[in-house]
Design a protein around this ligand. Structure first.
Ligand code: IVH
Length: 674
């Protein structure tokens, strides 16, 4: 084999693996093998520089820094499409009606439905199957030559498979997946470097990067959605047929598409995609409908440079620009201080947003948010709105930096931020009105004590007017009663009575609800259930040490410590005692800890060092299965587990003829039982 042949062979192999990895998401060989092929190709090309061509996969790393981009005149203009932002179905019906009127058609039209990718439009020009040029859309007539940068996008094939058309221009969107965006930002943050604001800016910025080596570091992807100039290739009859063909040529085409008939089906596609928008691995800003039949497309033609046969049906934007009027600090149930941006109200993600979380001090520093800044707010799905980034060029001269208060804005207690913790906390505990309010709201919540009608407005009044100081005051009728409730603003006697009734009703509860309602840090609903099931009685839980708590399914050291610390506080024990004295009750049982578990009644002794398990972990896993773990070997010992360098305990076990397991046997047994 000549060097030229070997080079051709290696390039074809590497491209085949690239396609499997980046387009099909189904790797064909291990990374190390791929690297070997790649290095062999690099070495051969270094020995034979005359054989090095720009379409070699080794050239994806990015070449020389450019002074600027050359202009590219599009032989077929890159048009944009009309946008419908109307409510769900009317966008689809409007489009369908226009199409049918223009065609004079009464029947259902066939449409190709696609996603509207949120990135940057590019034109890829293949000549005889080789990528020769990539250009941005520009003004539609003339774009910029970004070939070098586009070559660094691994999923863009440098050669088409089975297509040697004279000219084939593929149009589509360059984008950055959410996962790649997160990973890239994570890496940048770790090195103290600038992060990207959102995936779209990431994609657009990278493609227009003059240093292709920098572009190569940004993980980009591509989806095709149409064609430009074509010579020497017989077009399929439909748009969906074109995309199918492009996929066969090795070009990435999004699988999330459909061919449907009629307006109802268009609206259905819109609904279906909207419902899974947040789960997609990349950002979209809507869907696109296209008349599928190319003959009908030709018959429909264009109006004012927009095709009559396609429309973008947008979703509500998830990001908008607005101004930060102020930054306030909110105090949560556990004392966590959250800086919140007070915004110039803006319509985003389907609602008007005037507050957005800034998470914590570190986030504000990283994003460099000042009061007065113009920022990008994001509200995606049901997630609380957040500030994703600042437009530094719009910062006014009088913008003010944020300073985290050293005392709690609500109660004046000291604010602490422990080492290694991102969050600052108010040390006021239930002395802090904000924490008290949140604690009461949590206590009253539907999944906790389920006290109907005790919402935030009422809790604000009860705490602000000093009627309620602790959770137990809710059930103390000397404090909270019909009179004291009616005396509150906007409280009619009927509503007051309802509240009293709801409070009475809530007294009869379950142990898991009560535990959850107490708001012990790290004890969520499911941990509360596990604790209640395992122990059955509140007193037992209150007295349990960390060891016994660790035997509970899914309770780790952090949770166990938090429970011990909570019940270690005198005032917490008092509140519990008062609540019970005031009539809060539930059924207790003996607990599941004595239930027949797989290892109930068996006593284990652990000795030596275990290679893969920490001693504590082995212990708590055995205990969770009902076993007892003892410190020394005796006649009562059922099994000894011996790790490396086991000493006298192992000897004793042998003496007493007690079965000895090695670590492997222990792990197998645990796996069987768990
Ligand atoms: S079709 C002549 N299909 O949206 C029709 N465009 O104005 C050309 N876009 O910037 C466009 N996803 O980059 C089409 N599936 C899709 C698309 C899509 C995103 C972008 C396109 C352009 C804008 C359309």
């Amino acid at each position: 084999m000549t060097a030229a042949q070997r080079i051709a062979h290696l390039r074809a192999e590497i491209e085949r693996h690239n396609h499997a990895y980046y387009v099909l998401d189904a790797p064909t060989i291990p990374d190390a093998e791929y690297d070997k092929l790649f290095r062999e190709l690099q070495a051969l090309e270094a020995q034979h520089p005359e054989l090095l061509t720009p379409d070699s996969p080794t050239q994806r790393v990015g070449g020389k820094v450019l002074d600027g981009f050359a202009s590219v005149r599009h032989t077929v203009p890159m048009l944009s499409i009309r946008t419908e932002t109307d409510t769900e179905s009317s966008g689809a019906t409007n489009f369908d009606t226009r199409v049918r009127n223009a065609l004079g058609s009464a029947g259902d039209i066939e449409y190709a439905c696609e996603l509207k990718f949120d990135g940057l439009a590019v034109n890829l020009r293949y000549e005889k199957g080789v990528l020769v040029q990539a250009a941005t859309r520009g003004d539609g007539e003339t774009g910029e030559d970004v070939t070098q940068n586009v070559r660094t996008i691994h999923c863009v094939p440098l050669h088409l498979r089975g297509c040697a058309a004279e000219v084939l221009e593929v149009r589509g969107e360059v984008y950055m997946s959410r996962g790649d965006f997160e990973r890239y930002n994570e890496k940048q943050r770790a090195q103290g470097l600038a992060t990207l604001v959102n995936p779209r800016n990431g994609a657009a910025g990278s493609i227009r990067q003059l240093d292709p080596k920098l572009a190569a570091r940004r993980p980009l992807s591509f989806f095709a959605y149409g064609l430009g100039e074509v010579h020497g290739w017989a077009l399929p009859e439909t748009h969906s047929g074109i995309l199918d063909a492009l996929a066969r040529f090795g070009i990435p085409v999004c699988a999330e598409r459909a061919v449907v008939r009629g307006a109802g089906a268009l609206a259905e596609f819109h609904r279906r995609v909207a419902a899974k928008r947040d789960e997609l691995p990349f950002d979209i800003d809507g869907v696109v409908y296209k008349v599928n039949d190319l003959k009908l497309q030709a018959a429909l033609g264009f109006v004012s440079r927009e095709p009559r046969w396609a429309v973008a049906h947008k979703f509500p934007a998830e990001e908008q620009l607005t101004i930060v009027r102020d930054i306030e600090v909110q105090v949560g149930r556990t004392g966590k201080l959250t800086p919140v941006a007070k915004l110039e109200p803006v319509f985003v993600g389907g609602t008007t947003v005037s507050n957005a979380t800034l998470h914590n001090e570190g986030e504000i520093r990283r994003k460099d948010v000042h009061i007065g800044d113009t920022v990008i707010v994001r509200r995606a799905g049901d997630v609380i709105p957040e500030v994703v980034g600042v437009l530094p060029e719009r910062r006014p001269a009088d913008a003010k930096p944020f300073v985290m208060p050293t005392t709690c804005p609500v109660c004046g207690s000291h604010v602490v931020r422990e080492e290694g913790e991102a969050d600052a906390r108010c040390t006021g505990g239930l002395f802090c009105a904000a924490q008290r309010k949140q604690a009461i709201l949590h206590f009253a919540g539907r999944r906790a004590m389920d006290i109907e009608g005790l919402g935030d407005k009422l809790v604000d009044q009860l705490v602000d007017e000093n009627i309620i100081h602790s959770l137990s005051d809710l059930y103390n009728r000397k404090v909270l009663n019909l009179q004291s409730l009616v005396a509150l603003e906007r409280m009619a006697e009927k509503s007051a009575q309802n509240i009293v009734d709801a409070l009475e009703k809530s007294k009869s509860t379950t142990l898991n609800r009560f535990l959850f309602a107490l708001g012990i840090r790290h004890v969520g609903e499911s941990t509360a259930k596990d604790l209640a099931r395992h122990f059955g009685k509140l007193d037992v839980i209150m007295q349990a040490g960390e060891d016994r708590l660790l035997a509970v399914h899914d309770v780790g050291p952090v949770v166990a410590q938090s429970i011990v610390a909570f019940f270690g506080e005198m005032h917490n024990r008092e509140v519990v005692q008062q609540l019970r004295a005031l009539g809060v009750h539930w059924e207790e049982h003996d607990g599941a800890m004595n239930e027949q578990l797989p290892l109930s009644g068996k006593t284990f002794v652990l000795t030596g060092t275990l290679a893969s398990l920490a001693r504590d972990e082995a212990k708590s896993r055995l205990e969770a299965l009902g076993a007892k773990v003892a410190g020394s070997v005796s006649k009562k010992t059922d099994y000894v587990v011996a790790g490396e360098e086991a000493g006298s305990k192992l000897e004793k076990a042998r003496e007493l003829n007690i079965p000895v397991w090695d670590e492997q046997q222990l792990l197998e047994r645990l796996k069987e039982c768990e």
